[in-house]
Design a protein. Structure first.
Ligand code: DGP
Length: 112
């Protein structure tokens, strides 16, 4: 996708604080962190949201979760929250699938 922010981060065209990378995923710190650890894990290939990714590439979808777990472990967290905002009404603002990894503070339920 020519005009996708996260495609540009994956391609190295826009800088990001990358903390982990695998064959199919890249993980980088969220620019607007909502917790001491707030990392976004994205597939290298472009899919608009989590369901589109899971339909087209289940292996990459699973790798996203495993990368998220590796990031949480690397940052010393046994407890963490994974979030896929899906659709503008649910808070999705970047339409390249991404998994939020949040940890390092009390995470209340339900989320806002
Ligand atoms: P969402 O609202 O679920 O689509 O999450 C998108 C996240 O992307 C949001 O928490 C802020 C983050 N974000 C937006 N622009 C940038 C950027 O240029 N760099 C980084 N690292 N994160 C960004």
């Amino acid at each position: 996708m020519d005009d996708c922010l996260f495609c540009k981060i994956v391609a190295g065209e826009i800088p990001a604080d990358i903390v982990h990378a695998t064959e199919r995923t890249v993980a980088f710190r969220d620019i607007n962190a909502q917790a001491p650890t707030h990392v976004l894990v994205v597939p290298r290939d472009h899919y608009a949201d989590a369901a589109e990714l899971a339909t087209a590439d289940p292996a990459a979808s699973a790798e996203l979760v495993l990368t998220a777990a590796a990031v949480a472990t690397a940052e010393g967290h046994d407890d963490y929250r994974l979030v896929f905002n899906t659709g503008a009404g649910a808070g999705q603002s970047v339409f390249h699938a991404h998994l939020h990894v949040l940890a390092g503070r009390d995470l209340t339920w339900p989320p806002g």
